[in-house]
Design a protein around this ligand. Structure first.
Ligand code: GLC
Length: 422
């Protein structure tokens, strides 16, 4: 099947998946009608921030109006100060929320949104939509809100002023149990229950401190300058700059362009490890390196400014069969790391994510990045493998990098991102 026919087939499938995962109703607390695509039709029945952005990127390929609705629906729950929560609990009745809804939110018997955020993919999605239909009215409506969110991050999440954003909880990275956070939390063993507990303890402490970022980062019990979050922030600022320019708002455009450069310089310098020739996230006020090779270490491939020996080094890690070039790339943890776990172990009593499997959304950044830097051949190979997994196993939440087997939720929303890469 040629690529265009395949894309058409996946568009039809995406429409079915999105319709099947759509929730709609009237929200009394916001006094508004709501409608959104959830990540899946069971368990994940709320609106998530970066999932919504990915769904909109997919939709931009065939229904820009629907794509805009998704983004605007999420932005309805933006807080006064600019903060955008990672989950909005639109529907659901009193106390029917899962336990984590309560600990990732400000203390409340019936939380409406979480009090942590997620990688700021929003502006990237808005740019994808704008490229397709050139609708400036949508820019006028969405850009000021997204810009306000980016300014909130600047004001609240960079207390040391080193031009890197800190996250206050592992889940803010979108890669919940990525081994990086074990370094930050000082637990380097693998008992799943203890590991899970160390993460939940962060949520509870955050709740104790009222999710006040400055206080939390000052206490330093969890303070991670995380690579994926920062790479997305940098490129999202570039999207904002280009889009503000479309509106003729040159001051805003310049502000976000300069911001992107400053943050990029800082990341390329501070997170680079000249011995291992790879990037690591930093943790604590001391800026210690979390020396474990994960998908986040490769995310700087998505940066416009990655070049020369750093670019070549990252590509080398990517294509090394002992590290990331497994039969179904790109695993979330390098295969030569002790924490690498490609399966979805049934023995685990608690759900641990991002400890080896391949995810379609992080592959989207890697493929885009490879194409940006002229490695089309490698990008095509990854896409081919993704198609193979999807053809055989359907649109699953994540996949085994050794066998291509699919795991957990079926008809998972962002796995349709494949069609954006065809
Ligand atoms: C998992 C993922 C997170 C995602 C959420 C909803 O927690 O780790 O990135 O946003 O599920 O799909």
């Amino acid at each position: 099947m040629d690529k265009l026919a395949l894309k058409q087939k996946y568009i039809e499938k995406a429409v079915k998946i999105f319709k099947g995962n759509t929730f709609e109703g009237y929200s009394k607390w916001k006094n508004t009608h709501y409608k959104f695509i959830a990540p899946a039709s069971v368990e994940y029945t709320f609106q998530w921030l970066w999932d919504t952005s990915f769904h909109s990127i997919v939709l931009s390929n065939f229904d820009t109006n629907w794509a805009k609705e998704e983004i605007l629906n999420h932005l309805k729950a933006q807080w006064e100060d600019g903060f955008v929560p990672h989950i909005i609990f639109w529907g659901g009745r009193y106390l029917d929320l899962p336990h984590w809804a309560f600990i990732e939110s400000k203390f409340n018997a019936r939380p409406r949104t979480s009090a942590i955020t997620q990688p700021p993919v929003l502006a990237l999605a808005v740019e994808e939509i704008f490229k397709k239909d050139g609708d400036k009215e949508f820019l006028k409506e969405s850009l000021p809100k997204i810009a306000k969110f980016h300014r909130w991050l600047l004001e609240n999440r960079d207390p040391d002023g080193d031009n890197l954003i800190s996250i206050i909880s592992p889940n803010e990275s979108g890669m919940d149990e990525l081994p990086v956070f074990q370094y930050a939390l000082g637990y380097l063993k693998e008992n799943p229950a203890i590991l899970h507990y160390t993460h939940r303890k962060v949520d509870l402490l955050n709740q104790f401190y009222g999710f006040n970022s400055k206080k939390i980062l000052d206490k330093d019990y969890f303070n991670v300058e995380e690579l994926l979050f920062n790479c997305v922030f940098i490129e999202a600022n570039r999207s904002l700059a280009r889009l503000f320019s479309e509106l003729g708002e040159e001051d805003e455009a310049k502000f976000f362009k300069d911001l992107a450069s400053k943050y990029e310089d800082s990341l390329l310098e501070k997170c680079w490890d000249s011995e291992d020739k790879i990037f690591y996230s930093l943790y604590s006020k001391k800026d210690l390196k979390a020396k474990v090779k994960t998908i986040a270490s490769l995310l700087p491939l998505f940066l416009d400014g990655l070049k020369d020996e750093k670019l070549e080094a990252l590509v080398k890690h990517l294509v090394d069969p002992n590290e990331f070039w497994r039969p179904y790339p790109v695993p979330s943890v390098a295969a030569d790391e002790p924490f690498y776990f490609p399966q979805d172990p049934p023995a685990y009593k608690v759900k641990l994510l991002w400890r080896g499997p391949t995810w379609i959304n992080t592959n989207w950044f890697i493929v885009k990045g490879l194409r940006k830097h002229g490695y089309d051949n490698l990008a095509d190979q990854i896409v081919e493998k993704m198609v193979e997994m999807i053809e055989e196993r359907g649109f699953r939440e994540y996949y085994n990098p050794e066998t291509g087997e699919g795991y957990r939720r079926e008809n998972f929303g962002w796995s349709t991102l494949i069609l954006d890469l065809l």
